[in-house]
Design a protein around this ligand. Structure first.
Ligand code: SF4
Length: 576
């Protein structure tokens, strides 16, 4: 089945910024934290914030403590001052497009202009805008009300950012005919219009449209209306449980769109559920291939195979003959560590990959036993290679197991960094280091020659590729990681900057391989292994151009790039 997610689905820029600000504040700012008014009109987000101990206050107390976040709609300047005066540390997440309108009003009010504000007088954004008019603001909701205003010597006209475009055009036309000296400003945000145009064009090419968002959200209702008017089977749901999969799973194509206050993780949940339902229908010679693929991925067996492949490729690069046992050790280590870490980090998966979280919840004992058995067997195999490899693997296993667990008791340390996972970027660095050791260093350590000059390019390749894979997933998982307070590289640096670093790294690795072979540092495998980083580079571009959407297929392809290293190495060993 082809599943399309509308480009404009979900949070608009202002809402995303406000939600990110609150989540970041909850993970780092002075507590207690609250928002001034409900952050957005979405019950799941408000429940989530409540769960994180972030209530919404509607009145400014005389004395306040901790941090207060101003929502995307903004507030009048005197409210901001009152919040500061009460003793709060104020974090302003007013949408930049709303700030632009506030500034226009403020600038002109200082010169004595009246501000005619076209909008809903009870709306928080309009109340905030009016505050910048310094007593010269006039909020009007209809053309009749506009016409009844006195004639001003100097006035500006602005609109609430979500105002109806046709109505505002009528107001501007009236002003140009009756008060040509009034200054009018185009202040309507195009986010809603773009969202509607997007679904109209997508609906033409699909069998059904799923609209995700509040049943009483105006902009979401309008999206559902437009989809129905296009004649396509339309589902308006608030969460995935409401979706009748029996009516969807046999279709050839489905589009998903969502209102401006629908979080990504709900859209992603819907996408993954449809993907899973449609995959359960796919058969190859009667075998449910997609279901098997999903089980291999969710249980981390496929990732373990990827680790063995990478260890084999690194061995061939270094000219190591006895690759079998070290590759098996790498496979078992990765299998047990990744299962354990998913078992102890279900909270992030609840947002990033709910299907995986359910899978781990349902099978926790079987998976824990599997991980124990795998880890134990890996240690035994490492012992068969020598005491030093055994000690190295044991220490790495202990570090991996303690990643999600508090290592400093509460009574000894009250700070934020009690677990390894609390250290910013630690997940990526530790995974990279652990994979580098088991896939590149361990085969060298246990070989006849020990470490040689070829170990360095092999280590750089293993670390570079695992770092890239992990960062790629971190980019996909940003919203869930933010919710649980995990500071990954994309959260620290921003997704665009991180993606740029990633692409440069992959290009460097692709160039390093043939060059190292040319210089005789590694075997001739380097002449063809450059395909491997190039493959991940291609996936990154496809993701950025939305040719592949985040979901099971993309994850499978990203993990497959690691398997690809072993396939290329095997091909080279057999034919060169
Ligand atoms: S709809 Fe536009 S103006 Fe309003 S919060 Fe979103 S981006 Fe900002």
């Amino acid at each position: 089945m082809k599943i399309i997610i509308a480009r404009t689905a979900g949070f608009c820029m202002g809402v995303r910024r406000a939600v990110d600000t609150v989540l970041d504040a909850s993970n780092g700012k002075k507590r207690p934290i609250c928002t001034y008014g409900p952050l957005i009109h979405n019950p799941q987000v408000l429940d989530l914030l409540k769960g994180k101990g972030i209530p919404a206050i509607s009145d400014i107390p005389e004395k306040g403590e901790g941090t207060v976040v101003i929502r995307a709609h903004g507030v009048p300047p005197e409210s901001k001052e009152a919040l500061k005066g009460a003793g709060f540390s104020v974090v302003d997440s007013t949408c930049p497009r709303v700030i632009k309108v506030q500034r226009i009003i403020h600038r002109h009010a200082k010169k004595g202009y009246h501000a005619i504000i076209i909008g809903d007088r009870d709306h928080p954004e309009v109340i905030g805008l009016n505050g910048y008019a310094h007593g010269r603001g006039h909020v009007v909701e209809t053309l009749d009300e506009v016409k009844k205003l006195p004639a001003f010597e100097n006035a500006i006209i602005v609109a609430q950012t979500t105002q109806n475009v046709a109505f505002y055009d009528d107001v501007k036309k009236w002003a140009s005919q009756t008060h040509p000296h009034y200054l009018t400003f185009d202040t309507i945000c195009d986010s809603t219009e773009k969202r509607q145009a997007d679904i109209l064009s997508i609906a033409k090419n699909v069998d059904a449209v799923v609209v995700v968002g509040g049943k009483n959200s105006g902009n979401t209702q309008r999206l559902a209306e437009l989809a129905r008017e296009s004649g396509k089977l339309t589902f308006h749901i608030e969460d995935v449980e409401e979706l009748d999969m029996n009516r969807i799973k046999h279709l050839d194509s489905v589009a998903i769109t969502a209102g401006a206050s629908t979080p990504n993780w709900i859209i992603s949940k819907v996408y993954r559920a449809i993907e899973t339902a449609s995959a359960s229908q796919e058969r190859l010679f009667g075998i449910p291939v997609a279901v098997i693929k999903m089980a291999l991925m969710r249980s981390n067996v496929y990732l373990a195979l990827a680790a063995a492949s990478l260890a084999y490729a690194c061995s061939v690069l270094q000219g190591i003959q006895n690759w079998l046992v070290p590759s098996a050790v790498a496979m078992l280590y990765v299998l047990s560590m990744h299962i354990f870490n998913h078992l102890t980090a279900i909270s992030a998966d609840r947002y990033n990959d709910p299907e995986r979280a359910d899978f781990y919840d349902r099978n926790k004992w079987a998976l824990a036993s599997f991980a124990f058995a795998g880890g134990g067997l890996g240690l035994l195999l490492a012992y068969s290679l020598g005491t030093f490899p055994f000690v190295v693997l044991l220490l790495m296993s202990l570090a991996g197991l303690s990643y999600n667990l508090p290592i400093i008791p509460n009574r000894l340390f009250k700070g934020k960094y009690k677990r390894l996972r609390d250290v910013p970027g630690s997940k990526t660095v530790l995974i990279t280091a652990a994979w580098g050791v088991v896939t590149a260093l361990l085969p060298a350590l246990t070989s006849r020659h020990g470490f040689t000059i070829s170990t360095l390019p092999a280590l750089l390749l293993a670390c570079g590729m695992v770092f890239s894979r992990t960062i790629f997933f971190d980019i996909l998982d940003m919203q869930g990681d933010r919710i649980v307070g995990q500071e990954t590289f994309p959260i620290i640096l921003g997704d665009k900057k991180t993606a740029k670093i990633l692409k440069n790294l992959l290009i460097t690795l692709a160039l390093m391989l043939p060059l190292s072979s040319l210089l005789g540092l590694i075997s001739g495998l380097g002449y063809i292994l450059w395909i491997y980083p190039a493959f991940l580079f291609g996936l990154m571009i496809a993701y950025q151009k939305r040719l592949i959407l985040p979901g099971f297929q993309l994850e499978f392809l990203v993990e497959s790039q690691l398997v690809l290293s072993g396939v290329i190495a095997l091909f080279w060993s057999l034919f060169f």
